[in-house]
Write a protein that binds this ligand. Structure first.
Ligand SMILES: [Zn+2]
Length: 155
């Protein structure tokens, strides 16, 4: 349990501060299919799935490997999926002030599968769109299209 809630003893500042870089790249950065394992705060049962994170920089990027670590940090707390989604987006927004940030999480909840409604295959999808991802349909569609795409030659 200490491991599963280890995210409480981390914060976005110490995680990201030494991995912020100034670049002139201003196109979309996407890190998709990030594995997520978390615990629902209502039932203390796992929920797990994939997170997809994108942003469009405004002069600053964050080291690519830091994004999954940011996801882990928030996932290793007692969570609701909606809040987890927003926290990831807000942390990036706060640290690199991008033109926009988007987070989608698709997850299965053992509290739905094992008990209650017993829906074995239902997936909960949450999203948080900020900046240009909220304001521009085209940008949002590009992101949603890219996270659905299978990449040839990659596992
Ligand atoms: Zn639950």
């Amino acid at each position: 349990m200490r491991f599963l809630t280890g995210g409480y003893s981390q914060d976005a500042d110490s995680l990201l501060n030494d991995a912020l870089f100034t670049v002139s790249y201003d196109e979309m950065v996407i890190i998709k299919d990030i594995e997520v394992f978390s615990l629902c705060e209502h039932h203390l049962l796992p929920f797990f799935g994939k997170a997809h994170v994108a942003y469009i920089p405004r002069g600053k990027v964050v080291g690519l490997s830091k994004v999954p670590r940011l996801v882990d940090m928030f996932a290793r707390r007692l969570q609701v999926q909606e809040r987890l989604t927003v926290q990831i987006a807000e942390a990036l927004e706060d640290k690199i002030k991008p033109r926009g940030v988007a987070v989608v999480i698709e997850a299965m909840h053992l509290c739905m599968i094992m008990r209650g409604v017993e829906k074995q295959n239902s997936v909960a999808v949450t999203s948080c769109m900020r900046g240009v991802f909220r304001d521009q349909v085209q940008t949002r569609e590009e992101f949603l299209g890219l996270i659905r795409k299978k990449h040839a030659g990659l596992p």
